[in-house]
Design a protein around this ligand. Structure first.
Ligand SMILES: [Zn+2]
Length: 386
């Protein structure tokens, strides 16, 4: 840890101290703010000066596993915020909830607990930590270590369940990363899940120190051309690519389709639509959407009133509220393609029959037409919704 208590109870920080000052500080005694045990100053040519517990300590805040990458990033972020005039505390110990956020920011009468999360930790820990902060009226703000960002292309990122825990909704679905080696934030905006472990994202890079804290949250429009090119390619791949490994759900559903004489490659375009709430949904679009189409939509005669039913299974995300409802969003997209008509809140009427393409070529042709239609409808406002 980077701060500890002196004998008189004062918080002492090692950041920004010269070697001589640290040598001077070494003459005093220090205590862990959490367990009150004595801690020692460690400062060498390789390590960042820090306070360390004694080897036999059982303190829950013992610095095990907190590597240089994490410490360096934490110091960068602290100095960066301080340099902008923010009232910040490094590793402030919050007695009543026994938590020590990496950085506590006092901003416009509000408090933000910034956690710089580099290691993969149990989802339960993230949840309890965030809840503890919220109970105290502190906003939990998690920034992932830059190493957690796994890109698979210009606009594709890996999105594992661990990453989903840190999704925020600042006008659009967002993840924050900081890379202390490159001195830069990567803000992944407009994250659109594809249901598997990948997602579309508009990645923005912010170098320190020229970036201001509010810049990270600035509004941005979805780059529509990028998005729809990405989506069309993604659907093309879903139809034509033979996956070497299928998940249990994919196998099961592929079998169900097979028994009905159907295959993923020739499902209607309506089974491959992007709903913004996809990051919450466990199954990929083609599974839950084709299930809805086959179980609910297709058997119903034209004119049938469709209500919200048969919702897909969801992830519970601690920092990202589910809005809009995925099924309502899906039925809205269907109405934009002329399949349904919105009659009242959450209620739609079936307008026409579903057509199943005979060949993959037919299906791809239909994708082109329908995605172009959706794109031109979104053009005016720069989001997926009209
Ligand atoms: Zn301790």
């Amino acid at each position: 840890m980077l701060s500890a208590l002196s004998e008189s109870g004062k918080t002492v920080q090692l950041i920004g101290q010269t070697r001589e000052e640290i040598d001077q500080l070494k003459k005093e005694r220090y205590y862990c703010p959490s367990c009150k045990e004595p801690v020692l100053i460690r400062a060498g040519s390789v390590v960042i000066p820090h306070f360390a517990h004694l080897p036999n300590s059982i303190c829950p805040d013992k610095e095990g596993g907190e590597g240089t990458y994490h410490q360096t990033g934490k110091i960068h972020l602290y100095q960066w915020l301080k340099g902008q005039g923010y009232d910040v505390e490094l590793e402030a110990y919050l007695k009543d909830i026994k938590k020590r956020p990496d950085i506590l920011i006092n901003w416009k009468g509000k408090q933000i607990a910034l956690e710089f999360q580099c290691a993969t930790i149990p989802q339960e820990d993230i949840r309890t930590r965030s809840e503890a902060y919220r109970k105290k009226g502190i906003y939990p703000f998690w920034v992932l270590g830059g190493r957690q960002l796994k890109r698979q292309g210009t606009s594709t990122i890996q999105l594992h369940n661990f990453h989903r825990q840190f999704l925020y909704n600042f006008g659009n679905c967002t993840l924050f990363y900081y890379d202390p080696i490159a001195f830069q934030f990567v803000v992944a905006r407009h994250i659109q899940g594809t249901g598997s472990r990948t997602a579309f994202s508009d990645l923005r890079f912010f170098r320190l120190p020229s970036t201001g804290f509010p810049d990270l949250f600035a509004e941005s429009k979805l780059p529509l051309d990028n998005f729809w090119n990405y989506w069309e390619k993604h659907v093309f791949r879903s139809r034509t690519h033979v996956k070497p490994y299928l998940s249990k759900q994919e196998k099961l559903w592929t079998n169900v389709l097979y028994q009905q004489g159907l295959h993923r490659s020739t499902l209607p375009t309506a089974a491959f639509l992007p709903v913004s709430s996809q990051v919450h949904i466990k199954d990929p679009p083609w599974i839950w959407q084709s299930r809805y189409l086959l179980d609910i939509y297709h058997p119903a005669p034209t004119g049938t009133i469709l209500r919200k039913q048969h919702s897909p299974e969801l992830h519970d995300l601690p920092h990202h509220l589910l809005s809009p409802d995925p099924l309502v969003e899906y039925l809205d997209l269907l109405s934009r393609l002329g399949f349904t008509k919105h009659v009242a809140s959450g209620i739609y009427r079936k307008e026409r029959e579903l057509i199943f393409p005979k060949t993959v070529m037919d299906a791809l042709q239909q994708d082109k037409i329908d995605f172009q239609k959706l794109k031109s409808q979104s053009q005016k406002i720069g989001t997926l919704q009209t």
